[in-house]
Design a protein around this ligand. Structure first.
Ligand SMILES: [Zn+2]
Length: 446
């Protein structure tokens, strides 16, 4: 990710501090985001009344699991539209809430988070030593996020250990697919998150993680790029790619449909049996140019490599309409996917109408089989609040009628949360669920 929520949610860090928030607890992160966005003051006021009704102090109520339900109900009331299907008892009674969670879990217990990160490396990032000034912009953004969510040492705490704890132990996520950061022009010639560090996650939780490779920058040379790709395949047995089309070479970026720079990569992927190719699209950030965050280059690549799946991370938001048009007007396509990491998280608590338009557009135009769940954690802390928000999220009737979006049925929810990813990554659902149960059973703390 790469979206500065600290600007759009002013006071988020203070709010979390005020709640005495535990960084491993997903609820208070979500609740605090609702309380600090542009509807924050109104939502907070309504939640205060709900706390009174539940007979709890504001602080205890906001921190508890009831707080997140109350925030969703308040968002419905403030907007006058039903974005969240939450019963009033879920914001008033802990037993009712616990039961609602069980019901939601039973409906969608298999969750594949297609978009997760660790955000450090041995030696970390030192200005002028192994990191350029521009490279520090992104480190600073990630540091601020981590600290806001209660990880005291920012990116240093976004490590292998906490990946397991936040995503696999403390959230309902069954399988995390982790995404690399390359950008080695800005990080002393070494990947921002090197594969040899990342592989520690997969070694530790082999049945609950999937590893993608990245850091392919064809502007640094096509031969070198193909060599790296082969090294990833041979040494790390990668399950796909997550790339960035902007880079810090003099050219500043490249395109997926560049027959000289990019097509040799796709041909090599085909030869190596690597079929899932993701790319950061949308959310232009840090040191990079927005131009390369557009997704028009998926068009020719998807047509010319029908046996490869092309996944637009972040759903190309705020350019998601461009992505949707690539399928909406070309319904024959079966290899174009979207992923909702950071896009859902950045909009659902403070701009639910925009969130409904984005999700509605993707479901309508790409289709329910082509939308993948992702949270961009550890950047947003424990992803559990996002899971709960999505389990309750709905496209309001007005938008269904006015725009032809589908309602989010239990079947669509299951597809987005896990089944679509399982299909394209050939995930053994049963094996992953058993391994997840083992992780929960062996938690060192409870
Ligand atoms: Zn990301």
């Amino acid at each position: 990710m790469e979206f500065n929520i600290l600007q759009s949610h002013k006071g988020l860090d203070k709010q979390l501090e005020e709640l005495g928030s535990d960084p491993f607890d997903g609820n208070s992160v979500g609740t605090s985001l609702f309380m600090t966005g542009n509807m924050g003051p109104k939502i907070k006021e309504k939640m205060g009344a709900a706390a009174k009704k539940a007979g709890m102090s504001r602080r205890d109520f906001f921190r508890s699991s009831l707080g997140l339900s109350a925030a969703m109900i308040a968002a419905n009331e403030v907007t006058g539209m039903k974005f969240f299907e939450v019963g009033s008892a879920e914001a008033a009674d802990k037993a009712a809430k616990a039961e609602a969670i069980q019901v939601a879990r039973a409906g969608s217990d298999f969750i594949v988070d297609v978009h997760t990160h660790v955000c450090t490396r041995p030696g970390h990032y030192q200005l002028g030593v192994n990191t350029s000034e521009r490279g520090m912009w992104f480190v600073q953004l990630l540091d601020d996020l981590g600290k806001a969510f209660g990880l005291e040492n920012g990116t240093r705490d976004m490590n292998v250990e906490n990946y397991g704890r936040l995503i696999l132990e403390e959230s309902d996520t069954t399988v995390g697919i982790f995404n690399p950061f390359g950008f080695r022009e800005d990080y002393g010639g070494e990947d921002m998150i090197p594969m040899e560090y990342q592989v520690g996650v997969r070694d530790r939780w082999p049945d609950n993680t999937i590893m993608l490779a990245g850091g392919l920058t064809p502007n640094q040379g096509v031969d070198e790029t193909l060599e790296r790709l082969n090294m990833y395949a041979d040494q790390y047995r990668i399950s796909g790619l997550k790339l960035y089309t902007f880079d810090s070479t003099d050219k500043k970026g490249w395109w997926f449909d560049d027959e000289a720079l990019a097509y040799p990569i796709w041909e090599e992927c085909r030869r190596l049996g690597i079929t899932n190719i993701g790319c950061h699209k949308g959310i232009p950030f840090g040191q990079f140019y927005a131009r390369y965050a557009h997704c028009e280059d998926f068009d020719a690549a998807a047509d010319d490599f029908l046996d490869l799946n092309f996944i637009a991370y972040h759903s190309a938001w705020p350019y998601h309409n461009e992505l949707a048009a690539l399928k909406g007007f070309k319904p024959q396509r079966k290899n174009l996917f979207s992923e909702v990491g950071s896009t859902f998280a950045a909009t659902v608590t403070s701009r639910p109408l925009e969130c409904a338009h984005v999700i509605g557009t993707l479901l309508r135009d790409l289709g329910p089989d082509y939308v993948l769940w992702g949270t961009d954690s550890l950047l947003w802390g424990n992803p559990q609040w996002q899971i709960e928000a999505f389990r309750n999220f709905q496209i309001p009737d007005e938008l269904v009628e006015g725009h032809g979006y589908p309602k989010i049925t239990p079947e669509i929810r299951r597809k987005v949360l896990g089944e679509n990813a399982a299909r394209i990554w050939n995930i053994d659902q049963k094996k992953a669920m058993t391994a997840k149960a083992d992780i929960l059973a062996s938690r060192a703390y409870a």
